[in-house]
Write a protein that binds this ligand. Structure first.
Ligand SMILES: Nc1ncnc2c1ncn2[C@@H]1O[C@H](COP(=O)(O)OP(=O)(O)OP(=O)(O)O)[C@@H](O)[C@H]1O
Length: 320
């Protein structure tokens, strides 16, 4: 076994998990830097939850090894870890601030301190009026926020969130993004799984894309996006002239509109040719492809469509 590197919150080498002989996770390597926000992206059934459970030590890999905060026994680090599982649930009869304290106590925080922090956290999140309400009296989105606060109450060094955005409306999704950033600003490492590309794109510096139990891309979001060249959308008054040589030969206009990949020579030669050649520019945009386009290229169109369908199915309403 190799010694883990201290700059990593997670190191996993070739971890495998099989259920009934089928590999749900099929040889994954991950290194996640301390203090980073790391997204694990993939459609339902890709193996995200199984991966997170192995990293946390809830289940053991059949093969491979993993270190959490440097330890080969992740469970022994439980007091330094916060975990929001995919299955949400709190004791319905507990008061909200008590539920937060209870979750903290499970991770070693004295109950009295947890109660104090629970109230203060609810206050900070604009839920002060709900602190003494029973969980059953809260909306789904509020209960989910309470559970999230319970995940953070013991001030963990590492937070693992399984599909934290699903079930939240847009407003609460925005609040959660801000909360994740605030934790990262404090130096906390955050790992979350999602099948919504936009959350990963906005929050993460680095991501892993998982499909069928394997990692198909791992690295910086910018690196994934840089795999694709910028796209040009151009509208011209004229349809012919010397400027046409600046446009890829295979590009045919739709009316007066042109859509093509920016040539390797870059923006300036294109602009120069269009202006000098008298194209008559009506409109022009040159856009760097987003993570969605990169995902399509990396994981394939079918996986991207499945992710979109999953997102449609899983996004609930706060008051549902
Ligand atoms: N305890 C289990 N017993 C048998 N099969 C399992 C078990 N846990 C997961 N699987 C299977 O392993 C595969 C990966 O599931 P996993 O839950 O890790 O995926 P996921 O990417 O998290 O998707 P989801 O968001 O739907 O949970 C799926 O085919 C799932 O049915």
């Amino acid at each position: 076994m190799h010694a883990p590197h201290s700059q990593y919150a997670i190191e996993a080498r070739n971890i495998v998990k099989r259920f009934d002989g089928e590999a749900a996770v099929d040889g994954i390597d991950l290194t996640i830097r301390k203090g980073s926000i790391f997204g694990i992206l993939g459609p339902n059934g890709a193996g995200k939850t199984t991966t997170l459970r192995m990293l946390l030590g809830i289940i053991d890999p059949d093969e491979g090894e993993r270190f959490l905060l440097g330890s080969p026994e992740p469970i022994s680090m439980a007091h330094q870890v916060g975990y929001l599982p995919e299955e949400r649930g709190l004791y319905q009869s507990m008061k909200a601030f008590d539920a937060i304290a209870f979750m903290g106590a499970l991770r070693g925080l004295p109950l009295a301190e947890g109660r104090k922090r629970g109230r203060a956290m609810m206050e900070d999140h604009g839920l002060g009026d709900a602190a003494d309400k029973q969980i059953r009296q809260l909306s789904k989105g509020m209960a989910q926020t309470v559970q999230l606060l319970g995940t953070l109450v013991h001030d963990p060094d590492l937070i693992i969130l399984d599909e934290p955005f699903s079930g939240l409306d847009a407003l609460n999704q925005g609040k959660l993004e801000r909360l994740i950033r605030a934790q990262a600003d404090k130096g906390v490492t955050i790992i979350f799984s999602t099948h919504v590309i936009a959350h990963a794109e906005r929050l993460c510096e680095e991501i892993a894309i998982i499909a069928d139990g394997k990692i198909s891309f791992k690295g910086k979001v910018s690196t994934a996006r840089d795999r694709l060249r910028p796209q040009v959308h151009l509208e011209t008054r004229n349809l012919d002239g010397p400027w046409r040589t600046a446009i890829p030969a295979e590009c045919k206009p739709l009316g007066h509109n042109w859509h093509f990949t920016l040539p390797e020579s870059g923006v300036e030669p294109l602009l120069h040719a269009l202006v000098e050649g008298g194209a008559g520019i009506e409109s022009l945009s040159i856009e760097r492809p987003g993570l969605h386009d990169a995902f399509v290229q990396i994981a394939g169109d079918a996986a991207a469509r499945k992710m979109e369908a999953d997102a449609g199915n899983n996004n609930g309403d706060e008051t549902a």
